[in-house]
Design a protein around this ligand. Structure first.
Ligand code: HEM
Ligand code: HEM
Length: 172
């Protein structure tokens, strides 16, 4: 189909799929932490989460400096919704690990990144702020990520199986 010749750049495609994989791994580490009696998974949750933060910063820089393919034809409201939801996903994927990091350092704990280096406690520990960021992390931003991701994947499936316009091929 004609849409396949307006693909996302190789770098954008790599950034997209590795972000999705890092999000999945970070979440799985939290599931393992909640279900297994070991304290290594919370450390891995933090390290993968911080990796996603670095990855997202690089992704935004890449997004600014590479050209996005022209949008496929669709009603104006759908185009607007896609831009809003993509922007929301970027914002959420940056906010989530940032808030996770803040809750940890305000709790007075440094963050170990795979034993390679540590992010020190760069703030004055504050229990009230730590609790605030903790609530933001687990009760607000996470739910928003689930909602936006569900809409995003549903939209991709709608394009694939209902509109059959080969949209996913642009990101493959
Ligand atoms: C995009 C990245 C991240 C995602 C998607 C994520 C997701 C989550 C989720 C869903 C929970 C709640 C688990 C539950 O209530 O059962 C959680 C808890 C937690 N996260 Fe993250 N997280 C991310 C990044 C980080 C980072 C970077 C840190 C710290 C450096 C961190 C530290 C924590 C801690 C300490 C908890 C436990 C909080 C508690 O027990 O109340 N997270 N995370
Ligand atoms: C099965 C999973 C997924 C599929 C099939 C998928 C598919 C796509 C497609 C086809 C596009 C390009 C849309 C266009 O050309 O207009 C896209 C863009 C995007 N996706 Fe996904 N995606 C998936 C998972 C995710 C996840 C888990 C996230 C993050 C939570 C995500 C975040 C984004 C963002 C932020 C964009 C916008 C890219 C930009 O404007 O730079 N995707 N996705």
């Amino acid at each position: 189909m004609s849409n396949t010749n307006s693909k996302w750049s190789v770098s954008s495609r790599i950034f997209h799929w590795i972000s999705a994989v890092l999000l999945l791994i970070t979440w799985i580490m939290m599931l393992l932490n909640n279900n297994l009696d070991s304290n290594i998974y919370i450390g891995l949750h933090k390290a993968f989460g911080v990796s996603l933060l670095f990855w997202m910063i690089a992704r935004v820089i890449n997004r600014v400096f590479t050209k996005a393919p022209p949008p496929i034809s669709m009603p104006k409201w759908q185009l607007l919704l896609s831009h809003l939801s993509h922007f929301g996903l970027y914002a959420l994927l940056i906010a989530m690990p940032t808030v996770g990091l803040l809750m940890t350092v305000y709790g007075g704990r440094p963050v170990d990144i795979f034993g390679l280096f540590q992010i020190p406690v760069f703030v004055t520990p504050d229990r009230t702020l730590a609790r605030f960021y903790n609530n933001l992390h687990t009760d607000i931003i996470w739910q928003a990520i689930i909602a936006f991701t569900a809409v995003h994947i549903s939209a991709a499936l709608y394009h694939q199986f209902v509109k059959k316009d080969n949209l996913i091929a642009r990101m493959k």
